[in-house]
Design a protein around this ligand. Structure first.
Ligand code: IMP
Length: 427
């Protein structure tokens, strides 16, 4: 098995960092393919606890090459800070590369993210305010500055002049803000160029070499399927594709090279930011799960909304990703819940539907149809195999497998590397 995609199956924060940290032990390369530093992947390993926003979670293994693919938007400040902090903590970052085709998040993107959110008022999306949406807008509008542009001063000057002229019109005329100074911004970009020169590379050919040699490559997703621009709860979505298909595009790997697709699902649901979430729990059980699960955003620190496992959304996610298996994470967070619920359908206008609706307004109206299952009310964190889990926990896992229509490869029962049960290896 040489190429696998690991993607979020829900609204992000499913625990991809932990799973990739675990799998990367056997991988030769890990490539991030979408999003930007809106992502926050927490990794706890013998070297300590790390919160990664841009650098792939394989960085802790010296044998693993880490690539930030063309599909990621890179804020150079965040990258440099993350790289330097890892170095200071003794992590080798000499094999971390940024695709020369990756677009940059520049200061005006962050300004515009905030101004656009403010302008949306009650209809705000609850973005991470990291400039991600505006950077992807520029990419599609053919106004982006890419990593490769940093390598040629004349090209950089020429592109930045043209783009900043337009951005300053927006800032001053639409938002009544002061314009940005070209010389200052150019100086900042030259600083980025000096700092990043050694990291910028043509990475799709590097990955192709690896794949031809039969080396193992992991495509590391960010966010989750329900935040996908096409298939998520539009407009409450992010601005790139967290799907497996987005992985091929955002890493520069042809789809036929992909061997397996692993979807990561929490044993319950969580969401940050605005938008519909049919199984949201606004009661004591929700609070109990939030506290036990430390459900606060890695990037923004916002409390996450939590809810029961949504089988309708999960089956949809499994289908549009073409998952071959799943990892169920954070099962241990449910250890104290006496009675569990799983959503198996939505009640809408007197009917029961089993498909995930296209528009957020309809999803808002959907009432979950629940199946109840007994909790196990005992700790699972020390289990080393499926048989050591309580019968009720095994029944719960089996029901989730039925709903996502594919087998569980892994079950995670705690934040550290060893707290994972392998049911069927994926690599
Ligand atoms: P943006 O990606 O910052 O534009 O935010 C758009 C939506 O995606 C907001 O609801 C964010 O809270 C959500 N979002 C973005 N990144 C993540 C993530 O890594 N985990 C969970 N939600 C995210």
């Amino acid at each position: 098995m040489s190429v696998i995609a690991v993607v979020g199956g829900q609204w992000g924060d499913e625990g991809k960092g932990k799973v990739i940290d675990m799998l990367a032990e056997q991988a030769d390369a890990v490539v991030r393919f979408s999003g930007g530093d809106n992502a926050g992947h927490t990794v706890i390993n013998p070297q300590g606890e790390f919160k990664l926003h841009l650098i792939p979670s394989g960085v802790f293994y010296p044998h693993c090459t880490c690539i930030i693919g063309n599909g990621v938007v890179v804020n150079p400040d965040i990258f440099i800070k993350e790289r330097d902090e890892l170095c200071a903590r003794g992590v080798d970052t000499s094999r971390v590369y940024i695709s020369d085709r990756a677009h940059l998040v520049l200061p005006y993107h962050i300004l515009l993210d905030g101004l656009e959110e403010r302008a949306r008022g009650v209809k705000s999306l609850g973005t991470t305010l990291r400039g991600i949406g505006p950077a992807f807008v520029d990419k599609v509008a053919r106004m982006g500055i890419r990593a490769v542009d940093l390598l040629d001063t004349a090209i950089l000057r020429d592109r930045l002049e043209y783009v900043l002229e337009y951005k300053n019109q927006l800032l001053t005329k639409l938002y009544g803000e002061p314009p940005l100074n070209f010389d200052e911004l150019f100086e900042i970009c030259m600083g980025y160029a000096n700092q990043l020169r050694g990291n910028i590379k043509e990475t799709s050919s590097l990955l192709d070499d690896y794949i031809r040699q039969g080396k193992r490559v992991i495509m590391e997703g960010a966010q989750g399927a329900l935040l996908d621009t096409d298939f998520g709860t539009y407009p409450y979505v992010t601005s790139s594709s967290p799907l497996v298909a987005g992985g091929c595009l955002g890493a520069g790997v042809g789809p036929a090279k992909l061997d397996r697709a692993l979807g990561i699902f929490k044993a319950y649901c969580s969401r940050v930011g605005s938008g519909p979430m049919p199984t949201e729990l606004c009661d004591d059980i929700g609070e109990q799960i939030r506290i036990r699960g430390h459900e606060y955003g890695t990037t923004t620190g916002r409390p996450r909304r939590v809810g029961w496992f949504d089988g309708v959304a999960a089956r949809f996610s499994s289908r549009i990703n073409g998952l071959t298996g799943v990892a169920i994470t954070r099962l241990d967070i449910l250890d104290t819940v006496e009675a569990l619920k799983i959503c198996v359908g939505y009640r809408l206008n007197g009917d029961i539907i089993y498909d995930f609706p296209a528009d957020a307004a309809t999803l808002h109206q959907c009432q979950p149809v629940y199946e109840e299952m007994p909790g196990w009310c005992q700790p699972t964190t020390e289990a080393t195999c499926l048989e050591e889990l309580p019968q009720a926990a095994r029944a719960y896992i089996a029901r989730l497998e039925e709903l996502v229509e594919c087998p569980a490869n892994y079950v995670c029962i705690g934040p550290v590397r060893r707290q994972a049960i392998e049911l069927a290896p994926i690599l």
